[in-house]
Design a protein around this ligand. Structure first.
Ligand code: AMP
Length: 277
Protein backbone atom coordinates (compact mmCIF):
# COMPACT_ATOMS: atom_id res chain seq x y z
CA UNK A 1 0.00 0.00 0.00
CA UNK A 2 1.22 3.49 -0.81
CA UNK A 3 0.86 6.25 1.79
CA UNK A 4 0.58 9.62 0.10
CA UNK A 5 0.48 13.02 1.80
CA UNK A 6 0.23 15.58 -0.98
CA UNK A 7 -2.29 16.33 -3.71
CA UNK A 8 0.23 16.35 -6.60
CA UNK A 9 1.67 13.00 -5.48
CA UNK A 10 -1.80 11.49 -5.21
CA UNK A 11 -2.80 12.79 -8.64
CA UNK A 12 0.40 11.40 -10.10
CA UNK A 13 -0.20 8.03 -8.45
CA UNK A 14 -3.74 7.95 -9.86
CA UNK A 15 -2.53 8.99 -13.31
CA UNK A 16 0.32 6.48 -13.48
CA UNK A 17 -0.81 3.54 -11.39
CA UNK A 18 -4.50 3.47 -10.57
CA UNK A 19 -6.82 1.41 -12.72
CA UNK A 20 -10.54 2.21 -12.86
CA UNK A 21 -12.99 1.91 -11.30
CA UNK A 22 -11.49 3.81 -8.38
CA UNK A 23 -13.32 3.44 -5.07
CA UNK A 24 -12.64 5.92 -2.28
CA UNK A 25 -13.29 5.36 1.44
CA UNK A 26 -13.05 8.66 3.37
CA UNK A 27 -12.38 8.45 7.14
CA UNK A 28 -11.08 10.45 10.06
CA UNK A 29 -8.92 7.48 11.14
CA UNK A 30 -8.86 5.69 14.50
CA UNK A 31 -10.19 2.79 12.50
CA UNK A 32 -12.51 0.10 13.85
CA UNK A 33 -14.52 -2.74 12.32
CA UNK A 34 -17.11 -0.26 10.98
CA UNK A 35 -14.48 1.44 8.82
CA UNK A 36 -13.11 -1.93 7.74
CA UNK A 37 -16.60 -2.97 6.58
CA UNK A 38 -16.50 0.01 4.20
CA UNK A 39 -13.12 -1.16 2.88
CA UNK A 40 -14.44 -4.69 2.51
CA UNK A 41 -17.41 -3.38 0.55
CA UNK A 42 -15.07 -1.37 -1.66
CA UNK A 43 -12.89 -4.44 -2.28
CA UNK A 44 -15.97 -6.52 -3.04
CA UNK A 45 -16.87 -4.22 -5.95
CA UNK A 46 -13.98 -5.66 -8.01
CA UNK A 47 -12.40 -2.23 -8.29
CA UNK A 48 -9.25 -1.32 -10.14
CA UNK A 49 -8.07 0.60 -7.09
CA UNK A 50 -9.22 1.32 -3.53
CA UNK A 51 -8.04 4.60 -2.01
CA UNK A 52 -8.74 5.30 1.67
CA UNK A 53 -8.33 8.76 3.15
CA UNK A 54 -7.50 9.66 6.74
CA UNK A 55 -8.03 13.28 7.70
CA UNK A 56 -9.42 14.74 10.90
CA UNK A 57 -11.20 17.64 9.23
CA UNK A 58 -11.05 20.74 11.43
CA UNK A 59 -13.79 22.43 9.42
CA UNK A 60 -16.44 19.99 10.61
CA UNK A 61 -15.77 20.59 14.31
CA UNK A 62 -17.51 23.50 16.02
CA UNK A 63 -15.62 25.67 18.52
CA UNK A 64 -15.50 23.82 21.85
CA UNK A 65 -15.85 20.38 20.26
CA UNK A 66 -13.30 17.58 20.47
CA UNK A 67 -11.06 18.43 17.50
CA UNK A 68 -7.90 18.46 19.63
CA UNK A 69 -8.73 15.37 21.64
CA UNK A 70 -10.23 13.36 18.76
CA UNK A 71 -8.47 9.95 18.90
CA UNK A 72 -5.64 9.64 16.37
CA UNK A 73 -3.81 6.39 15.63
CA UNK A 74 -2.23 6.86 12.22
CA UNK A 75 0.41 4.09 12.46
CA UNK A 76 -2.12 1.41 13.45
CA UNK A 77 -4.65 2.71 10.88
CA UNK A 78 -2.15 2.47 8.01
CA UNK A 79 -1.26 -1.05 9.10
CA UNK A 80 -4.94 -2.11 9.16
CA UNK A 81 -5.67 -0.60 5.74
CA UNK A 82 -2.64 -2.33 4.27
CA UNK A 83 -3.75 -5.67 5.75
CA UNK A 84 -7.27 -5.09 4.36
CA UNK A 85 -5.89 -4.76 0.84
CA UNK A 86 -6.25 -1.01 0.26
CA UNK A 87 -4.04 0.20 -2.60
CA UNK A 88 -3.27 3.71 -1.35
CA UNK A 89 -4.05 5.87 1.65
CA UNK A 90 -4.16 9.65 1.43
CA UNK A 91 -3.06 11.28 4.70
CA UNK A 92 -2.85 15.02 3.99
CA UNK A 93 -1.81 17.66 6.49
CA UNK A 94 -4.22 20.52 7.20
CA UNK A 95 -2.40 23.00 4.94
CA UNK A 96 -2.62 20.60 2.03
CA UNK A 97 -6.43 20.67 2.07
CA UNK A 98 -6.86 24.22 3.38
CA UNK A 99 -4.16 26.31 1.73
CA UNK A 100 -6.18 29.48 2.37
CA UNK A 101 -6.55 28.55 6.07
CA UNK A 102 -9.36 26.55 7.62
CA UNK A 103 -11.62 29.54 8.27
CA UNK A 104 -11.19 30.99 4.78
CA UNK A 105 -11.73 29.63 1.35
CA UNK A 106 -14.75 28.26 -0.46
CA UNK A 107 -17.47 26.35 1.41
CA UNK A 108 -19.92 23.83 0.06
CA UNK A 109 -23.31 23.94 1.75
CA UNK A 110 -26.47 21.88 1.43
CA UNK A 111 -28.98 24.36 2.88
CA UNK A 112 -32.11 22.21 2.98
CA UNK A 113 -30.50 19.43 4.96
CA UNK A 114 -27.59 20.80 6.93
CA UNK A 115 -29.52 22.58 9.68
CA UNK A 116 -31.76 19.66 10.61
CA UNK A 117 -31.13 17.04 13.33
CA UNK A 118 -27.38 16.96 14.08
CA UNK A 119 -26.95 20.22 12.17
CA UNK A 120 -29.12 22.03 14.73
CA UNK A 121 -26.73 21.03 17.49
CA UNK A 122 -23.49 21.27 15.51
CA UNK A 123 -23.69 24.51 13.48
CA UNK A 124 -21.43 24.37 10.45
CA UNK A 125 -20.70 20.67 10.84
CA UNK A 126 -22.28 19.48 7.61
CA UNK A 127 -20.87 22.36 5.56
CA UNK A 128 -17.49 21.19 6.87
CA UNK A 129 -18.25 17.63 5.82
CA UNK A 130 -19.63 18.64 2.39
CA UNK A 131 -16.62 20.88 1.74
CA UNK A 132 -14.01 18.26 2.56
CA UNK A 133 -15.84 15.53 0.65
CA UNK A 134 -16.12 17.80 -2.40
CA UNK A 135 -12.38 18.47 -2.15
CA UNK A 136 -11.58 14.75 -1.92
CA UNK A 137 -13.82 13.98 -4.90
CA UNK A 138 -12.13 16.72 -6.94
CA UNK A 139 -8.65 15.50 -6.02
CA UNK A 140 -9.31 11.80 -6.61
CA UNK A 141 -12.14 11.73 -9.20
CA UNK A 142 -13.37 8.41 -7.85
CA UNK A 143 -15.98 6.32 -9.64
CA UNK A 144 -17.51 5.21 -6.34
CA UNK A 145 -17.35 6.42 -2.75
CA UNK A 146 -18.33 4.35 0.28
CA UNK A 147 -19.93 5.82 3.42
CA UNK A 148 -21.51 4.31 6.54
CA UNK A 149 -25.24 4.39 7.25
CA UNK A 150 -24.18 5.00 10.86
CA UNK A 151 -23.89 8.69 9.93
CA UNK A 152 -27.21 8.63 8.14
CA UNK A 153 -27.75 12.37 7.74
CA UNK A 154 -24.21 12.70 6.41
CA UNK A 155 -24.89 9.97 3.84
CA UNK A 156 -28.06 11.70 2.62
CA UNK A 157 -26.28 15.07 2.46
CA UNK A 158 -23.47 13.59 0.38
CA UNK A 159 -25.96 11.97 -1.99
CA UNK A 160 -27.63 15.36 -2.38
CA UNK A 161 -24.30 17.13 -2.93
CA UNK A 162 -23.40 14.67 -5.66
CA UNK A 163 -26.82 15.05 -7.34
CA UNK A 164 -26.91 18.84 -7.12
CA UNK A 165 -23.35 19.34 -8.41
CA UNK A 166 -23.63 16.56 -11.03
CA UNK A 167 -20.54 14.86 -9.66
CA UNK A 168 -19.85 11.62 -11.54
CA UNK A 169 -19.48 9.54 -8.36
CA UNK A 170 -21.73 6.72 -7.23
CA UNK A 171 -22.35 6.81 -3.47
CA UNK A 172 -22.54 3.45 -1.72
CA UNK A 173 -24.02 3.15 1.80
CA UNK A 174 -22.92 0.36 4.13
CA UNK A 175 -25.03 -0.86 7.09
CA UNK A 176 -23.88 0.05 10.59
CA UNK A 177 -21.46 -2.35 12.26
CA UNK A 178 -22.33 -2.90 15.92
CA UNK A 179 -20.72 -4.31 19.03
CA UNK A 180 -22.24 -7.60 20.19
CA UNK A 181 -24.56 -5.71 22.58
CA UNK A 182 -25.90 -3.48 19.80
CA UNK A 183 -23.87 -0.31 20.36
CA UNK A 184 -22.91 1.22 17.01
CA UNK A 185 -19.12 1.20 16.67
CA UNK A 186 -17.61 4.67 16.79
CA UNK A 187 -14.21 6.22 17.44
CA UNK A 188 -15.93 8.32 20.12
CA UNK A 189 -17.01 5.25 22.13
CA UNK A 190 -13.55 5.53 23.75
CA UNK A 191 -14.94 8.52 25.65
CA UNK A 192 -17.37 6.28 27.60
CA UNK A 193 -16.45 5.31 31.16
CA UNK A 194 -16.91 1.67 32.07
CA UNK A 195 -20.35 2.17 33.66
CA UNK A 196 -21.47 4.35 30.75
CA UNK A 197 -20.30 1.74 28.25
CA UNK A 198 -22.66 -0.75 29.92
CA UNK A 199 -25.61 1.63 29.49
CA UNK A 200 -24.75 2.78 25.97
CA UNK A 201 -26.58 -0.01 24.07
CA UNK A 202 -29.85 1.37 25.47
CA UNK A 203 -29.87 3.97 22.70
CA UNK A 204 -30.13 1.34 19.99
CA UNK A 205 -32.54 -0.79 22.07
CA UNK A 206 -34.81 2.22 22.42
CA UNK A 207 -34.71 2.86 18.67
CA UNK A 208 -35.43 -0.81 17.99
CA UNK A 209 -38.46 -0.69 20.30
CA UNK A 210 -39.76 2.43 18.59
CA UNK A 211 -39.23 0.91 15.16
CA UNK A 212 -41.14 -2.22 16.19
CA UNK A 213 -44.04 -0.08 17.46
CA UNK A 214 -44.17 1.94 14.25
CA UNK A 215 -43.90 -1.13 12.05
CA UNK A 216 -46.83 -2.51 14.09
CA UNK A 217 -48.95 0.46 13.00
CA UNK A 218 -48.35 3.09 15.68
CA UNK A 219 -47.79 6.27 13.66
CA UNK A 220 -48.40 8.70 16.49
CA UNK A 221 -44.74 9.70 16.38
CA UNK A 222 -44.64 12.55 18.89
CA UNK A 223 -45.61 10.50 21.96
CA UNK A 224 -43.26 7.71 20.86
CA UNK A 225 -40.41 10.21 20.54
CA UNK A 226 -41.20 11.77 23.92
CA UNK A 227 -41.35 8.38 25.65
CA UNK A 228 -37.98 7.41 24.16
CA UNK A 229 -36.36 10.64 25.39
CA UNK A 230 -37.80 10.04 28.86
CA UNK A 231 -36.65 6.44 29.00
CA UNK A 232 -33.12 7.46 28.01
CA UNK A 233 -33.10 10.35 30.46
CA UNK A 234 -33.93 7.95 33.31
CA UNK A 235 -30.69 6.15 32.50
CA UNK A 236 -28.51 9.25 32.38
CA UNK A 237 -28.64 10.10 28.67
CA UNK A 238 -29.13 13.70 27.54
CA UNK A 239 -30.93 13.42 24.23
CA UNK A 240 -30.31 16.01 21.50
CA UNK A 241 -33.08 14.57 19.31
CA UNK A 242 -34.95 11.42 18.40
CA UNK A 243 -37.05 11.87 15.28
CA UNK A 244 -38.86 9.74 12.77
CA UNK A 245 -38.36 11.05 9.26
CA UNK A 246 -38.56 10.13 5.60
CA UNK A 247 -35.59 7.88 4.84
CA UNK A 248 -34.74 9.59 1.53
CA UNK A 249 -35.50 13.28 2.06
CA UNK A 250 -35.14 13.47 5.87
CA UNK A 251 -38.37 15.48 5.80
CA UNK A 252 -41.62 14.60 7.54
CA UNK A 253 -42.58 10.96 7.14
CA UNK A 254 -45.30 10.64 4.52
CA UNK A 255 -45.96 7.04 3.73
CA UNK A 256 -42.64 6.02 2.18
CA UNK A 257 -39.58 4.44 3.81
CA UNK A 258 -38.87 5.85 7.23
CA UNK A 259 -35.83 6.06 9.47
CA UNK A 260 -35.52 7.06 13.11
CA UNK A 261 -32.54 9.32 13.73
CA UNK A 262 -31.10 9.92 17.19
CA UNK A 263 -28.27 11.66 18.99
CA UNK A 264 -27.76 11.57 22.73
CA UNK A 265 -24.99 12.41 25.15
CA UNK A 266 -23.79 9.86 27.68
CA UNK A 267 -21.06 11.42 29.78
CA UNK A 268 -18.45 12.87 27.40
CA UNK A 269 -19.64 10.83 24.42
CA UNK A 270 -22.20 12.06 21.94
CA UNK A 271 -23.69 8.86 20.53
CA UNK A 272 -25.52 8.92 17.23
CA UNK A 273 -27.51 6.08 15.79
CA UNK A 274 -30.46 5.32 13.54
CA UNK A 275 -32.73 2.50 12.53
CA UNK A 276 -34.84 1.86 9.45
CA UNK A 277 -38.52 1.22 10.09
P1 AMP B 1 -15.42 8.67 10.61
O1 AMP B 1 -14.00 8.20 10.64
O2 AMP B 1 -16.12 8.57 11.91
O3 AMP B 1 -15.57 10.01 9.93
O4 AMP B 1 -16.18 7.64 9.68
C1 AMP B 1 -15.72 7.38 8.38
C2 AMP B 1 -16.75 6.55 7.67
O5 AMP B 1 -16.98 5.34 8.39
C3 AMP B 1 -18.11 7.25 7.55
O6 AMP B 1 -18.66 6.97 6.28
C4 AMP B 1 -18.89 6.60 8.66
O7 AMP B 1 -20.30 6.61 8.43
C5 AMP B 1 -18.37 5.19 8.61
N1 AMP B 1 -18.61 4.50 9.89
C6 AMP B 1 -18.27 4.92 11.13
N2 AMP B 1 -18.72 4.05 12.06
C7 AMP B 1 -19.34 3.05 11.39
C8 AMP B 1 -20.02 1.86 11.78
N3 AMP B 1 -20.14 1.51 13.08
N4 AMP B 1 -20.55 1.07 10.84
C9 AMP B 1 -20.44 1.42 9.51
N5 AMP B 1 -19.81 2.53 9.08
C10 AMP B 1 -19.27 3.34 9.99
Amino acid sequence: MRQIGTIPALRQYIHNRARRPIVVVPTMGNLHAGHLALVERAKGMQPGCVIATIFVNPLQFSPGEDYNSYPRSLGADVHQLDAAGVDAVFTPRINELYPAGVKHGTRVTVPELENLYCGKFRPGHFAGVATVVAKLFNIISPDHAVFGEKDYQQLIIIRRLVDDLHLPVKIIGVPTVRESDGLAMSSRNHYLREDERLKAPLLYQTLAQMAAGIAGGDTDYQPLQRAAVEELSEHGFKTDYIEVCDAHTLGRPNGGDRVILAAAWLGRARLIDNIAV
